[in-house]
Write a protein that binds this ligand. Structure first.
Ligand code: HCR
Length: 376
């Protein structure tokens, strides 16, 4: 393949063979160096808020239909970053660094105009299997998002299939109302394609849902090349109440999407979202002033090695980190003091999830969840 460096072709072939017969946690597999990303998975929750204005605007919707439309627009607006950002910044999807237990990623999108500051707290709440919990909040706007992410991977033919495990709950305090509105977000399935050429990219498949506590449901159906639009990275969404469809939106989540038929303004083919809207990266403390558990601090030598092509240095420091972690777990077990989460509490049964998920079919009634610990 064109994207695989000549001296790594054999290694890439072996890697693909081992994924084909492997079941479980891809992130723990050793992969050829050209496919390694210097970025840890704990950073990924920041993709949820790279359009901080859209996030803040949700609470300004004047009724539940307008607010659901704003939630869907913000959600669709995150997809390009979530699933294609690495192709843009690194040339292909890459294998993220596998976070250590308790790893943190903290940052903010500063106050700008009237939008208010938005903060992000992301924590690795499990190492095996990898689970990341996150909390994003714009207190001034009255909008917050809380969720967790894990993956179940399988291999079929030429494609890695990734089922996302976990969900997110968006809390909105509508302007001029004291009652909180909740939105449950489920996550799409991923297909990792382009593997044989050594230039993996993500396509989305299946459906995801947004369910509001006020009773509205948005259903998003994803499709790649050769499906309903014939174009890659496409979707079709409907906002509805029961079997009554209010709006239908169609297009590409990497490009533009439009209302089909009825639109809020009454105009024909009204644009819903334009994915060329610039994304705003969050601000993170300089590594020198970061705490010992902060992601970029933990991985600095590994990331430097990957970025500069010094893979030996990268792999040496990665082994040091992993050994240190194994020792930590042994010490904790011996002392009878298991690792404590810093920012989150784990719920065996997320009741808010169950209540909202009951509105749409085919979902398990029970799922675990994470909540941000109350602050002092
Ligand atoms: C599957 C994946 C790790 C998980 C990544 C997730 C699902 C994490 C949550 C974000 O909100 C969205 C997201 C986007 C990424 O596309 C997805 C990653 C793609 C590849 C990676 C595998 C563990 C690595 C597989 C190794 C391949 C590239 C050879």
């Amino acid at each position: 393949g064109a994207a695989v460096p000549k001296e790594q072709r054999q290694g890439w072939g072996q890697f693909l063979k081992s994924i084909a017969t492997f079941s479980g946690d891809l992130s723990s597999m050793t992969a050829p160096s050209f496919i390694l990303s210097p970025v840890s998975l704990t950073e990924y929750p920041s993709y949820w808020c790279e359009h901080p204005e859209e996030f803040a605007a949700i609470a300004q919707g004047k009724d539940q239909i307008e607010r659901m439309t704003l939630v869907l627009k913000w959600f669709i607006g995150t997809l390009k970053g979530q699933y294609t950002a690495r192709n843009t910044s690194m040339g292909s999807e890459k294998k993220p660094l596998n976070p250590v237990l308790g790893e943190l990623f903290l940052g903010k999108w500063p106050e700008k105009g009237s939008r208010g500051e938005t903060t992000l707290v992301s924590e690795q709440v499990s190492h095996h299997p990898p689970v990341t919990a996150y909390h994003i909040e714009n207190a001034k706007a009255g909008v917050s998002l809380e969720g967790h992410n894990a993956q179940k991977t399988s291999f079929s033919g030429r494609t890695i299939q990734v089922k996302q495990v976990g969900h997110a709950i968006l809390r909105v305090k509508p302007q001029g109302s004291s009652e909180e509105e909740l939105y449950l977000l489920t996550l799409p399935n991923l297909l990792i394609e382009g593997l044989w050429y050594g230039s993996p990219y993500v396509e989305l498949s299946g459906s995801s849902y947004i369910q509001s506590s006020a009773g509205l449901t948005a259903t998003v159906n994803y499709a790649g090349k050769g499906y309903f639009s014939g174009k890659a990275h496409s979707f079709k969404a409907t906002i509805g109440s029961g079997s009554n469809a209010l709006y239908t939106i169609e297009g590409e989540w990497v490009g533009t999407s439009k209302f089909k038929g009825k639109s809020p303004s009454g105009k024909k083919d009204e644009v819903f979202w334009d994915a060329s809207t610039p994304r705003e990266e969050l601000e993170v403390q300089a590594i020198d002033s970061q705490g010992p558990m902060e992601s970029r601090n933990i991985w600095k030598h590994v990331a430097d090695g990957i970025r500069s092509g010094d893979y030996e240095a990268a792999s040496k420091d990665k082994s040091r980190i992993e050994n240190e972690q194994r020792q930590k777990r042994k010490d904790e077990a011996a002392a009878g003091t298991p690792h404590q989460l810093e920012y989150f509490v784990h719920l065996d049964d997320d009741k808010e999830y169950a209540e909202l998920a009951a509105h749409f079919g085919g979902k398990p009634a029970n799922e675990d969840g994470y909540r941000r610990k109350p602050r002092a």
